[in-house]
Design a protein around this ligand. Structure first.
Ligand SMILES: [Zn+2]
Length: 270
């Protein structure tokens, strides 16, 4: 019997040691987790709003307005009801109104051109741009650009700084129409340079935004004007010559579509 107990005890001890050995083989510290795969950031494709086109043949209409008022005797004045009809037509037909800051790279590169692009511009900065045109632009959610004569701000039926800032904040770009509205081709290079630089500085100070474009008063310019526009940092210059804007016209001698009373928008931009 004693022999039997000794053998049993020995077997028990062997099992116990084996069990302890097993425990040692399985350390109690946590099993290291597999490292998570590093997050791979997906490369986002650039937002493509439009189509890539050949910049040599791309043409975009830049509409030229002056005053929006009821005096129909002058062919530079569009009656407000006609302007409303024209803006409604653009909105109803899915046109995309661009700022001049948006226009420049489209003309230069032809890349990502939105469907049905159009640019609305007003020359001189008349008070009725604020009182008559601005509410209509807001009603249809359209953008526009105003070429401001900086020396005329708040004078002689031209809007003041408060109106200028309000329209700028809405998204109407304020661009240069020089300081004094002199015919630039009658001035020396230095005089032209000063007109271009000073007007740009005043508008950039008032709006806090970059001024990109210059519109030559009465459409008059010469080689010095083009040189001065480039030296001042403008990216585009506009004339009063008639046509849709195309890179080949020269970025400092771009034509526009003249809007006259009685003109339908459909015929203007076809
Ligand atoms: Zn003018």
């Amino acid at each position: 019997m004693k022999q039997y107990l000794r053998i049993s005890f020995a077997i028990f001890c062997c099992l116990l040691i084996a069990a302890c050995g097993q425990n040692e083989a399985k350390p109690s510290e946590p099993v290291p987790q597999k490292k998570p795969a590093p997050m791979t950031k997906e490369v986002e494709a650039p937002v493509q709003l439009g189509t890539d086109m050949n910049p040599e043949t791309l043409q975009i209409p830049v509409l030229m307005y002056h005053s929006i008022n009821t005096n129909v005797k002058n062919n530079l004045i569009t009656p407000p009801n006609e302007f409303d009809t024209q803006m409604k037509w653009l909105a109803d037909n899915g046109y995309r109104t661009l700022t001049l800051a948006e226009l420049a790279p489209l003309l230069e590169t032809g890349k990502n051109v939105p469907d049905k692009p159009v640019v609305i511009t007003f020359d001189d900065g008349y008070q009725d741009n604020y009182t008559n045109a601005y509410p209509i632009l807001k009603k249809y959610g359209l953008k526009a650009n105003i070429f401001v004569i900086t020396d005329k701000i708040a004078k002689n039926n031209h809007f003041d700084e408060v109106a200028l800032k309000e329209m700028s904040a809405y998204g109407i770009e304020m661009e240069s129409h020089t300081v004094h509205h002199h015919e630039l081709n009658t001035l020396s290079y230095e005089e032209q340079l000063k007109e271009l630089q000073d007007s740009k500085a005043v508008l950039e100070h008032l709006t806090g935004k970059k001024v990109n474009s210059i519109c030559y008063p009465v459409g008059r310019y010469n080689e010095d004007t083009v040189r001065a526009a480039g030296a001042t940092g403008y990216t585009m210059g506009f004339t009063t010559e008639v046509g849709k804007a195309n890179k080949k016209d020269g970025m400092y001698t771009l034509p526009r579509v003249r809007m006259v009373p009685g003109m339908s928008m459909e015929s203007a931009i076809k």
